[in-house]
Design a protein around this ligand. Sequence first.
Ligand code: TMP
Ligand code: ASP
Length: 238
Amino acid sequence: MKETQQMYEGKAKKVFATEDEKYVIVNYKDDATAFNGKKKGTIASKGVINNRMSNYLFQMLEKNGVETHFVEELDERRTVVKKVEIVPVEVIVRNIAAGGICKRLGLTEGMKLCAPVVEYCYKSDELDDPMINDDHIKVMDLATEEEMKTIREMTLKINGLLQERLLKADLILVDFKLEFGRFDGKIILADEISPDTCRLWDVHTMAKLDKDRFRRDLGDVEEAYQEVMRRLMESDNK
Ligand code: TMP
Ligand code: ASP
């Protein structure tokens, strides 16, 4: 499929139209931002890893009955995806306390949560993605109650599948963020699943192997992204 004009440039990806109005092409950049764009940098080859890793995990999810926007990987940075109408709600799932939940609730980083915690944030750069609940989503008309029921069910299923797959790569899925879209009247998984959007800790040492290395200036950022991809590939048939 051939790309036509650029439709949009986000913080980590560009999106191009194609000759078919049902599909778009995403192009993953090496640009990295944190704290809603206040911290900026680049992570060499990040775009290549995020593209490959996201496509790999989306195909694993599809095999397990989760519908996603994935269509076809074109090359190391570009993928054809279904053109969805994004639901402007970021869905965060937490299995272990880290980041935002520690800041907000005073929990100690690393505390195991006895059940997954699902949080919603309103996707708005101007407002800094504030946390919202089902009532806000309803009165602001961001999604229907039925859509949110589907999103929550899909989210918990995805959490289980991802935890299991990542553990085979000796990675603990601490938390992650998902985005969903509407396609042909259905809710499907969109956006990406990568070290940009997940917290991943080494199962033995608890070393951070994700974007927290960039957010917190921990060094070895590129190495961490490479390591996650290497482990996923090596555990492919485990
Ligand atoms: P948080 O602890 O900062 O709320 O982040 C929770 C998870 O969501 C973490 O894995 C990083 C991911 N995330 C994004 O992918 N995009 C974002 O804009 C934010 C705030 C978090
Ligand atoms: N992606 C967000 C930003 O660009 C936040 C983050 O990942 O920390 O600021």
